[in-house]
Design a protein around this ligand. Structure first.
Ligand code: SF4
Ligand code: SF4
Length: 190
């Protein structure tokens, strides 16, 4: 990972909201090792924690974003893939989407309202990165898709609440094939 000069400092947003398989933590569950100044078992933290960072921390292009605990959302460094199907023709297309996790415990109402918790800085960042995004909260199976104007040709961002498809979780090679480009750079951000 390039050294962006940014540091987690007092932020433990991912430790409160991100799923950690080794610790059997679901999205939205606070890790029991969170302490006032950070991780209470930093040297022994699991691989999921070692291998992951949010984009604010690891992406040199994210200088316009704010630290996740201050802005209320975090952007996963790993993209996802959205499959878009034309209802008339059945034609498929695949979009690279950033997973954006809301870091607010009280966000439980309609996903269509979730975009009101996102600031303009995120959209500027995503526009620059040519990414659409899926705004998510905890284990809620719904995501609010926000479509980048670059992807739709529309003059502004369009949104649509969608159900996440647990049966559609392509690995790195499959993502690379579907998107027609390498996703390895994103995986190497640590
Ligand atoms: S959300 Fe980002 S800045 Fe905050 S603790 Fe996690 S990696 Fe660090
Ligand atoms: S083990 Fe440490 S780094 Fe991992 S989620 Fe828990 S507090 Fe965060």
């Amino acid at each position: 990972m390039d050294d962006t000069g940014r540091r987690c400092g007092g932020c433990v947003a991912c430790c409160r909201h991100f799923p950690i398989e080794e610790l059997s933590l679901l999205a939205g569950q606070k890790c029991p090792h969170v302490r006032r100044k950070g991780c209470g078992r930093y040297a022994l933290r699991p691989a999921s924690c070692r291998d992951w960072s949010c984009r604010w921390l690891g992406d040199p292009d994210a200088e316009g974003l704010r630290r996740p605990d201050r802005c209320g959302y975090l952007v996963d460094h790993l993209s996802g893939v959205a499959r878009i199907v034309d209802n008339k023709t059945g034609a498929e297309m695949f979009l690279e989407v950033a997973n954006v996790w809301l870091c607010r415990t009280e966000v439980v109402s309609s996903p269509t309202l979730w975009k009101s918790f996102i600031d303009e800085r995120l959209f500027e960042y995503l526009y620059k990165k040519k990414l659409s995004c899926a705004i998510r909260h905890g284990v809620n199976p719904t995501a609010l898709m926000m479509f980048n104007p670059e992807h739709t040709g529309a003059p502004e961002w369009l949104d649509k609440a969608v159900q996440m498809s647990p049966g559609f979780q392509p690995g790195v090679e499959e993502m690379t094939r579907l998107l027609g480009k390498s996703v390895v750079d994103m995986l190497e951000m640590k």
